[in-house]
Design a protein around this ligand. Structure first.
Ligand code: G6P
Length: 604
């Protein structure tokens, strides 16, 4: 995820661009830049680092111009360096471009452009865009035609904004990544999100996929993919600018829960190709040679995602175990060059996870980091890295990063199973891949149902809350309980459903509802365990699909769309995120910053 802004001003565009970038910082913050023009020369300044670094450089050496574009980056292709920061220009520097999304066919385009003599200066997918535009300009196209033909050549979900040398216009397009227009009398803004310009105007136009926008000093034109002018309606946004980073949501956590269809689309994009092969383009699969066992290390939510993946690997016949990173040294047993150690860490900075990663390296194991942050310590120290592409997460309670971790790790487990001779591929792999590719829509369906908000009202007066599951659903039961305790401050525990009668049942009373995951492959056994709790007076809150036999034993039921058994618990997890959120909200808790907790724990 990245943030883009463009501004056509009556005097100078730079302040509007910088303010916009500040407001978009939640979308990315590892590099930033702007390009401005007065309708003649283009000036570009960009650098790795935070927006505050860009600002202080620009106050020492100001740029001016009535039109401009800006970008704040969250790296996906190429690390955060000055060269990889946006805006990008072509060889002749006739155009500067900012971009949000992934150009899926960038490799092919780059190869073709190289063959035509273009030289690239960055590792980004974005850089093909200015080169392509220049290629069309050289061939005699007008800027408008060159821009339209270029965006038409791009595959994937992309939003682009461009300024040209000798042109007092801004060109932009939206196709699968967000872009909104703001109109402030004679001034115009374009941005990834409304808060970027809300200080100046609440008059907005939401663009549609396939739209190209041309902003000129006295007019705004919107073209459809055929080049015909189209009208899009104006809307008035009534958010408080102070709170606008959260958009229409009261908390970042709720915003991030709602972002999951988008973050998961980014997570799966390009990972499953047309031949149903699993693709991790950033990964050298040579790391799997000779591997006999897999160890996962992680903390908190990342440990739960690890447990989920370890179960999928075990099922494929791979010896796989998930360790709490803080316990790794004591409990790992022998580690060798045949042990692949996978560090799962959203931030890439958790001290205990880094310590486990270093222990593995010292003991000769090949290491792989699965993280959300390029250039994080884990990404730099591990032999190989896979990115979950969830975009920045601000709420302390991990939500969208968990689902992106789990989906990435589900794909990775099947990839590794395909690489190791001792493993067997699932017979239903095509169905599983299909379900993983469909997860963004299924999650959207769960969010749209909005059942959890209602149920949360009945949940406020209990003594404790239990979560049970089995097999691939147990990690989600543990995650459900973690989320619930983190943000409601109520006592919540997750148990393997088959273990209830070995102790936890002593805690069960009519005052302890039991969230029961009727998902995955052994639902009947969980039903039996849930009934054991129900007999002791506990209310059973079941989570499962409409045709799950768990529904009939449940006192309340949260429904998920029908999907592959392996994916069911991931959808159930979204219901549990919403239950925790709404319960905490009704209890008036500090949801985005729960007491005593931190987003990134960098001490061991
Ligand atoms: C902290 C956070 C959790 C997170 C854990 C691991 O405890 O509060 O939300 O799951 O750290 O963080 P990581 O960045 O390594 O995934």
């Amino acid at each position: 995820m990245c943030g883009i802004i463009a501004h056509l001003a009556t005097d100078d565009a730079v302040n509007g661009l910088i303010e916009g970038l500040d407001r978009l910082e939640y979308r990315g913050y590892d590099s930033a830049g702007i390009a401005v023009s007065d309708g003649s020369d283009l000036s570009v300044y960009k650098r790795a680092g935070e927006i505050s670094d860009l600002k202080s450089d620009l106050s020492a050496a100001p740029l001016t111009g009535k039109i401009g574009i800006g970008h704040t980056r969250w790296s996906t292709h190429g690390p955060p360096t000055d060269e990889n920061a946006h805006p990008h220009t072509g060889d002749r520097e006739r155009v500067a471009v900012v971009h949000n999304g992934v150009v899926e066919n960038h490799r092919r385009l780059r190869k073709q452009l190289r063959a035509d003599g273009h030289e690239f200066t960055s590792e980004t997918d974005t850089e093909v865009i200015p080169h392509l535009i220049e290629e069309y300009l050289e061939a005699g196209d007008s800027p408008e035609m060159a821009f339209r033909r270029t965006v038409d050549d791009l595959e994937g979900g992309n939003a682009v904004a461009a300024v040209f040398e000798d042109e007092a216009r801004i060109f932009a397009s939206r196709d699968g990544s967000p872009l909104v227009v703001g109109i402030d009398d004679d001034e115009y803004y374009l941005a990834s999100d409304v808060p970027a310009f809300l200080e100046h105007t609440s008059d907005v136009i939401y663009l549609e996929d396939g739209d190209v926008v041309i902003v000129e000093p006295d007019q705004l034109r919107i073209l459809d993919p055929d080049g015909s002018s189209v009208k899009r309606s104006h809307e008035t946004v009534d958010w408080d600018p102070e709170e606008a980073g959260k958009g229409a949501f009261n908390h970042y956590m709720l915003k991030e829960i709602n972002e999951q269809p988008t973050s998961l689309t980014n997570t799966v994009r390009g990972r499953i190709d047309a031949e149903q092969e699993i693709v991790f383009e950033e990964l050298d699969t040579g790391i799997f040679d000779g591997i006999e066992e897999v160890h996962f290390v992680g903390c908190g939510t990342s440990h739960h995602a690890s447990l989920y993946s370890a179960r999928l690997m075990s099922r494929a016949g791979i010896c796989a175990r998930a360790f709490r990173a803080s316990e790794y040294v004591e409990t790992s047993g022998p580690i060798s060059e045949k042990t692949l150690v996978i560090a799962v860490t959203q931030s890439g900075e958790t001290a205990d996870t880094l310590a486990a990663l270093r222990e593995a390296t010292n003991r000769g194991a090949p290491t792989l980091a699965v993280t959300n942050v390029m250039e994080s310590t884990a990404a730099r120290e591990a032999d190989e890295t896979v990115f979950i592409r969830a975009g920045p997460e601000i709420g302390v309670a991990a939500t969208k990063t968990f689902t992106s971790q789990a989906v990435t790790l589900a794909l990775l487990s099947q990839k590794i199973a395909g690489e190791l001779p001792q493993a067997t591929l699932r017979e239903d792999l095509p169905e599983l891949l299909e379900a993983l590719a469909r997860i963004p829509e299924d999650v959207q369906q769960v969010i749209d149902q909005n059942q959890a908000a209602e149920l949360a009202r009945d949940l406020l007066t209990y003594d404790a809350y239990f979560f049970i599951g089995r097999g691939s659903s147990l990690p989600v039961a543990l995650e459900g309980a973690l989320k619930f305790k983190e943000i409601t401050y109520e006592h919540a525990e997750g148990f393997a459903s088959g273990q209830l009668k070995h102790g936890p049942l002593a805690l069960v009373t009519p005052n302890t509802p039991v969230f029961s995951l009727f998902t995955g492959e052994e639902i009947e056994k969980t039903i039996t365990n849930a009934k054991e709790a129900q007999t002791r007076g506990a209310d059973i809150i079941g989570i499962g699909s409409a045709d799950s036999p768990g529904q009939s034993v449940s006192d309340a039921y949260l429904e998920i769309p029908a999907t592959h058994p392996v994916c069911e618990s991931l959808l159930a997890n979204v219901q549990l995120q919403l239950i925790s959120y709404h319960t905490a909200d009704l209890l008036g808790r500090s949801i985005d910053k729960p007491r005593n907790l931190a987003k990134s724990v960098t001490v061991g």
